[in-house]
Design a binder for this molecule. Structure first.
Ligand SMILES: [Zn+2]
Ligand SMILES: [Zn+2]
Length: 189
């Protein structure tokens, strides 16, 4: 990956944040984050990632885009695709695959295998189905991501199912960690 990266929205230098389980490039102005395909497995469900990559490659081969937003890493125009989402981690069409519950639009650079999520987009992508008891390292990582997205998002999240709520669910068995991410979370959430 390139030594520097820029936000496709505001061109600010993205900040690489390293975690034990998830590395991403985050816009300091809160527009979203870039993650590599391989890193995304730490954050999202496998079936959605499989679909995402399949769609992105197909779209790129069929019609390399000439308009759209620039890749944070290489400045090529990214392909914009919409990935169907569901609650499980079973591939589309396989036994146990549940009905689609939504759709998340993302931008992908097929060359760099980089996926850009606007902050709203990442909220829609169902969180990886984590172990019921996250390790202290995992708790620290998700708390850090929440902080990187800003207090604004955390504060606005009380009434809706969003990125922060997903983090809360991921931390469901650890009220102490949940409270660290969102000071307004009830201690017995
Ligand atoms: Zn930005
Ligand atoms: Zn690129």
């Amino acid at each position: 990956m390139a030594p520097s990266a820029n936000c496709p929205t505001c061109r600010a230098a993205l900040q690489l944040t390293n975690h034990d389980t998830f590395d991403s490039w985050i816009c300091p102005n809160g527009h979203g984050l870039a993650a590599t395909l391989s890193e995304l497995y730490e954050r999202a469900q496998e079936d959605e990632i499989h679909d995402l990559w399949k769609l992105a490659k197909a779209s790129w081969v069929a019609d390399e885009p000439t308009e759209g937003r620039a890749c944070p890493m290489c400045d090529r125009i990214m392909v914009s695709i919409a990935v169907g989402t569901d609650a499980d981690e079973v591939d589309e069409g396989q036994a146990g695959d549940g009905p689609a519950t939504g759709e998340v639009p993302v931008d992908v650079c097929v060359v760099d295998q980089v996926i850009w999520f606007d902050v709203d987009e990442l909220e829609v992508l169902p969180a990886d189905l984590a172990d019921p008891q996250p390790t202290p390292e995992q708790e620290a990582a998700v708390a850090d991501i929440a902080r990187q997205f800003g207090d604004e998002l955390v504060a606005a999240d009380a009434a809706r199912v969003g990125f922060t709520s997903r983090l809360m669910r991921r931390l469901g068995h650890s009220p102490k960690a949940a409270a660290a991410v969102n000071p307004t979370a009830p201690a017995d959430a």
